[in-house]
Design a protein around this ligand. Structure first.
Ligand code: C2E
Ligand code: CA
Ligand code: CA
Length: 697
């Protein structure tokens, strides 16, 4: 039904209404020529009446497409007698815009077509916004779908955190299909592994509707674990007021975590038996001592060496030897409690730390149990093998309160067993050691020893791998005690540190080494670099550089031929003040070496900042370098890293030709160790150098 026609209006009013309509209105004759256009259209298009009236084709749209529309209207091909649509037009200034048009026909009294009327609206703005929106939406969807991170969008209502979207990477990482997880609570990937401290970060971020990150253990559909480095961020509604959703970005870092764990494990475990290695043993002993000290317990350190292992190895081959070591490791583990530590030092040497012994005598019972367990025959490569062991024992607090001392004493006791027929156990007694001095007497004895000149320096040659020549020496202190004999630094350096005696002692070492250097030069020896060990306490002196400079001045030493050895733990202590101290030392002209490298926690970024010249790879990495590929890899990595930083690399503790050969191949610069020479007296060292010089000539 047609609506009722409006009552006729005054034609003037009608004309005004059309003229002032905010829409553009154009009236065409049946031939398409423009007969009228209103102000709205002129504003929209920028044309003037004169530009427009009487034209065809029309200046705003010269193209023929509109002609076709008109024609179909006039032939009544279109329903409703009208055409609606968006058309691109051109303004007078040449810019293009979109018109939304309604074209219809006017009819005369007899119903015949008389005119075409076009009503236009400029919709460019709307179109642009729409296009923009569609474009960004498309981009977002693409980004979500193609992201290699898993993405999950969840609701953020108080009691509804259900999933509304996951991307394909989420499906790939978790193994769940999108349709399986829709509507589930976002936290379902954690399953019942709720004892994860990091979970609280996420929970509170969700509660407080803010961003949050955490690394979590999550579980795939097949139940396997993956490490999720999760980042969540709130999404607000369009008004920006309330958080309606959360976006979770899921990063599967399992590979990285696995790699880190493997590295840590490798650095702390023996790759053959899986037991703790020397590195970890050091930590464990110190921890066990601290624990025993706090609780007034007795602690046992047991050093176990297999008897005649070399014979088995030689007779049955390496793999048989390895199999035997693995079996021994298993049996040792079975003899002790979980809180005790079993470690392999390398070769056929094992250490057991027995924590919390009710009575010192109990350690003998455990040792007997170990000996009888080991004596059961083992089948190796189809043959029955019998193995026995020699065990030495030391106790905290009876024998000492430092891991290295306890190990050394256990070692001494073990050697007594070897001397007296093997396959037995002995406890350390002070007569076994060279030191018959109790700790209380020690301090006074050292003080007197320093005054009486009982300390001497031995020099261990440092060999250049490329030339095989001695190019330097490390000064190592010894105490020539009138009654006891030669005492090694391991037995007194720590006490000297604790009592502060290390300061005068260290200064004596420095002066003595400098004098020796001058003397050798006067005797016409080739210039050698003398390496001197610094202790932590010395290094922390505020006036260290001044003190050292004074020694150089009084002895006339050539500072270019002095290397000061510092340990990692000394320099990593307080990085900023260390930098100041190191720079002050470098100003004196000396070289700086980082000793025992690999046992501490040096970070590469610090090494870069520190003005050091040399790294000394710790003995513990060199020990098994020729038999253990892990150790070789670690040493290789240290060498490559050091060289990339422009540092010279020294390996210490080289005892075998194979080790030296491997180190040469790895690009190590210098070596030091028993294979070349033990620490030598001044006279022996000079002899050695003379030999070398004679050789060269
Ligand atoms: P260090 O600085 O790591 O010195 C190297 C130690 O390894 C020396 O022990 C040396 O005799 C030993 N060594 C050298 N080659 C081999 C080898 O092929 N195999 C094995 N198993 N060991 C080897 P030493 O002389 O008993 O010194 C022990 C530690 O005492 C030194 O370790 C150093 O930390 C400290 N020390 C020695 N002299 C001084 C000193 O004058 N001042 C300070 N502050 N500490 C010193
Ligand atoms: Ca050293
Ligand atoms: Ca060292």
């Amino acid at each position: 039904m047609n609506p009722e026609p409006a009552p006729p209006l005054e034609s003037e009013l009608l004309a005004q209404a059309i003229e002032q309509s905010p829409l553009g209105i154009v009236i065409l004759g049946l031939d398409g020529h423009v007969q009228y256009c209103n102000q709205g259209f002129l504003l929209m298009s920028g044309f003037s009446q004169a530009d427009v009236i009487g034209t065809k084709p029309h200046p705003w749209n010269p193209d023929a497409a509109t002609e076709a529309i008109y024609r179909s209207l006039l032939t009544s091909e279109l329903p409703d007698d009208r055409w609606k649509g968006d058309v691109q037009s051109t303004r007078k200034d040449g810019t293009v815009y979109w018109e939304r048009q309604v074209v219809s026909t006017l009819r005369g009294a007899a119903g015949q077509h008389t005119h075409l009327i076009v009503v236009k609206e400029d919709v460019s703005d709307r179109k642009l916004r729409r296009a923009d929106y569609a474009q960004t939406r498309h981009l977002h969807e693409r980004a979500l779908a193609s992201s290699s991170n898993g993405i999950m969008i969840t609701r953020s209502d108080e009691d509804d955190h259900s999933i509304v979207y996951v991307n394909p990477a989420f499906e790939r990482i978790t193994g769940y299909r999108a349709d399986e997880v829709m509507g589930m609570e976002g936290r379902f990937l954690v399953r019942d592994d709720l004892a994860q401290p990091d979970l609280e970060h996420i929970r509170s971020a969700l509660r407080e509707k803010r961003e949050g990150s955490a690394t979590l253990r999550n579980y795939r559909k097949d139940g396997s674990l993956f490490w999720n480095e999760l980042h969540i961020a709130p999404v607000q509604d369009l008004a920006g007021g309330t958080t309606t959703h959360f976006v979770s970005i899921i990063n599967d870092i399992s590979d990285r975590v696995r790699y880190q764990h493997a590295l840590e494990y490798q650095a702390n475990h023996d790759s053959l038996t899986g037991l703790a290695n020397r590195n970890l043993l050091g930590d464990r002993i110190e921890q066990a001592i601290a624990w025993a000290k706090r609780n007034g317990h007795v602690l046992g350190v047991m050093l176990l060496d297999l008897d005649h292992f070399k014979l088995i190895n030689d007779a049955s081959g390496h793999s048989a030897g390895d199999a035997l070591l693995k079996e021994v490791a298993l049996r040792l583990m079975a003899c002790v409690r979980e809180t005790d530590t079993v470690a392999r030092l390398g070769g056929d040497e094992f250490v057991i730390i027995l924590t919390d012994l009710p009575q010192p005598g109990d350690v003998d019972q455990i040792a007997e149990k170990i000996l009888s367990t080991l004596s059961r025959p083992t089948e190796i490569a189809g043959r029955e093998v019998f193995v026995t062991a020699s065990i030495g024992v030391s106790l905290y607090p009876r024998d000492g309160d430092h891991g290295e001392i306890l190990l050394r004493y256990a070692d001494m006791a073990m050697y007594r067993v070897k001397e007296h027929g093997r396959n037995s156990v002995r406890q350390f007694v002070p007569e076994m050691g060279s030191t018959a001095i109790s700790r209380l007497d020690m301090e006074g004895a050292m003080r007197r020893g320093l005054e009486r000149g009982e300390f001497v320096l031995h020099y261990q040659p440092k060999i250049d791998l490329a030339t095989q020549h001695v190019v330097g020496a490390e000064a190592l202190i010894r105490w020539q005690h009138p009654q006891i004999g030669l005492i090694h630094p391991i037995e007194f350096i720590r006490l000297a540190e604790d009592t502060g005696l290390i300061l005068p002692l260290g200064e004596w070492v420095l002066a003595e080494a400098c004098k020796q250097q001058v003397l050798w030069q006067q005797q016409g020896m080739q210039p050698l670099k003398i390496a001197i060990n610094m202790s932590a306490r010395q290094f922390r002196q505020d006036d260290l550089a001044d003190r050292i400079e004074a020694v150089f001045a009084s002895t006339g030493a050539d500072t270019e031929h002095v290397i000061l050895e510092l340990t990692e733990s000394m320099v990593m202590h307080d990085v900023d003040s260390t930098l100041v101290a190191l720079r002050a030392l470098k100003k004196l002209g000396v070289s700086l070496s980082l000793d025992d490298f690999g046992t501490g926690y040096s970070s590469l970024s610090y090494l870069r900042r520190f003005p050091i010249d040399e790294l000394k790879i710790d003995r513990s990495f060199i020990n098994d370098i020729h038999t253990n590929p892990d150790d070789a890899a670690i040493a290789g990595a240290i060498i490559a890293m050091a060289r990339s930083l422009g540092l010279s690399v020294v390996a210490e503790g080289v005892e075998k030709k194979e080790q030296a050969d491997l180190l040469t191949r790895l690009g190590c610069n210098q070596v030091q160790g028993y294979y070349y020479a033990r620490p030598l007296t001044v006279a022996a060292f000079a002899n050695r150098l003379r030999e070398q010089q004679a050789h060269k000539e």
